[in-house]
Each structure stands twice: as structure tokens, then as C-alpha cells.
Design a protein around this ligand. Structure first.
Ligand SMILES: C[S@@+](CC[C@H](N)C(=O)[O-])C[C@H]1O[C@@H](n2cnc3c(N)ncnc32)[C@H](O)[C@@H]1O
Length: 230
């Protein structure tokens, strides 16, 4: 795998990115809040269980405090693991939590600083609902290009609600994270956006209720020309 080293001196945090709990002052509370409100470990363990055999390199887009990366490390002890996040504060929290051989990079998921075809898997959890529709498409297209041919994308995020109760509770998330960025999720548009970004074989592999709405896992296969045939 090759990564394109970023010039951190010139790099700027993406303008207007939404921090993990909307306000920087709340970022330290992210782990306990998400653990209590989203059945976090259930969905993250499901995502990791779906990554499959022979995985040698994984990129986590919007890696946050590194919980998903820690689970991936336990499942794939020898794999190259990289986390990318727009927030240097949360990268510092992740650095204290994840294994020292996990690379953490400051950068923008819509313009990730890695070479095409660098990863077997791109994973992302609870990040797309922080991005506008246009940003989602850019991040997903970039993910497609970063994958090797036949590599897989695995996304966990808020989804089309199971029922009216789930729809109602999701208003709390929308009030916190904003209506514009969360609208695609609650409309059930993520599979179409993943297809539009160039992926094939898009499937929802899992759904769960949480205290604040429905979540799903989507798996998709990259056919990007940038990836090398295996
Ligand atoms: C709700 S948190 C999810 C963190 C982690 N993936 C998890 O599942 O716990 C959203 C994360 O996305 C990051 N983020 C938001 N916009 C981003 C962007 N444009 N590029 C990279 N990371 C971004 C935030 O800094 C935050 O860490």
C-alpha cells in the first residue's frame, strides 16, 4: 500500500466540518455518549465481522476516537490500518487509545491524501451524516478510487427509519448535527449515493434500532479504474 504523505504545514482543516458531537467542547464526551445512545459496539462489531478474509489494508474515513480501528486491529493483527479525520483534537484522543502501529492522518474525507488503489477495505462509521450530499458523493468517489479493484466499502450510519418512533427520535440527532447533512440518511438515500459514486453490488447487510433512530450497514464493491486488479 502506498500513502501520499501530507504536508501538514500547508494542510488546513476542512472548512466547516462538523465535530463528533457538533461542538468541540463536547468531543471529550464522545465515547460515553455514543456508547450509551447508539448500541455502538453491536454495529461496529457487525461491520468488522463483515470485512471478510485476507484483508491486508484498511482505511477508516472519519475515524474519530478510534473505536472502530481498535476493533479492526483485534480482528486483523497484521493488517496496515489508517485512520483519517478532519479534527486534530479527536485524532489526539484516538492516538491515546489505538495501537501505536495504527496510522492516524489529519485530513478531509472528500480529498483524502492517499494514492489510488491503496486499500483492500474502506470503512466509515457515523461520518456521512456529517457531510452535505455533495460532500458525501465526493468522499464516496474518493473512497472508490482508493480501493484496489474488487475492494470493498463498509459504511455504518443512520438510515431510513424502521417506524414512526425511530423517525421521531432521529429528530434529536438532526437538531444536534443539522438537517441538511442528515436528510439523505433518513430518506434512505445512502445506497443510491454509494452507487452514484461508482460502486457496484451495494447491499444493506444489517439494521438496528437505537434510542435515537435506525442505523444500517452498507457493503459495496469498487470497480474503480484506479484500483489494480488482484
Ligand atoms: C460522529 S463522529 C464518528 C467517529 C467514528 N467514526 C465513530 O464511529 O465513532 C464523525 C467524525 O467525522 C469527522 N469528520 C467530519 N467531517 C469530516 C471530513 N470532511 N473529513 C474527515 N473527517 C470528518 C469528525 O471529526 C468526527 O470525528
Amino acid at each position: 500500500m502506498t500513502t501520499r504523505p501530507m504536508n501538514t504545514e500547508n494542510h488546513t482543516t476542512p472548512a466547516g466540518f462538523i465535530p463528533a458531537l457538533r461542538f468541540h467542547a463536547l468531543t471529550r464526551l464522545y465515547d460515553p455518549v455514543v456508547r450509551l445512545t447508539t448500541r455502538e459496539l453491536t454495529i461496529k462489531r457487525r461491520l468488522v465481522a463483515g470485512l471478510g478474509q485476507g484483508v491486508q489494508s484498511v482505511l477508516d474515513l472519519g475515524s474519530g476516537t478510534g473505536t472502530l480501528l481498535s476493533l479492526v486491529r483485534s480482528a486483523y493483527p497484521g493488517a496496515k490500518l489508517v485512520g483519517l479525520d478532519a479534527d486534530p483534537r479527536i485524532i489526539a484522543l484516538a492516538r491515546a487509545k489505538v495501537a501505536s502501529d495504527v496510522e492516524l492522518v489529519h485530513g478531509d474525507a472528500t480529498n483524502p491524501p492517499f494514492d489510488p488503489g491503496s486499500f483492500d477495505r474502506v470503512v466509515s462509521s457515523l461520518v456521512l451524516h456529517h457531510l452535505t450530499r455533495e460532500q458525501k458523493l465526493r468522499a464516496l468517489s474518493a473512497a472508490s478510487a482508493l480501493l484496489k479493484y474488487d475492494g470493498e466499502l463498509h459504511i455504518a450510519d443512520w438510515s431510513f427509519p424502521h417506524d414512526v418512533v425511530m423517525r421521531g427520535m432521529f429528530l434529536v440527532v438532526q437538531l444536534l448535527d443539522g438537517f441538511e447533512t442528515t436528510r439523505d440518511n433518513v430518506r434512505g438515500d445512502l445506497p443510491d449515493l454509494i452507487r452514484e459514486a461508482g460502486f457496484g453490488d451495494v447491499v444493506e447487510t444489517y439494521r438496528q434500532r437505537t434510542p435515537f433512530g435506525s442505523m444500517a450497514i452498507y457493503r459495496a464493491r469498487s470497480r474503480a479504474a484506479g484500483g489494480e486488479a488482484r
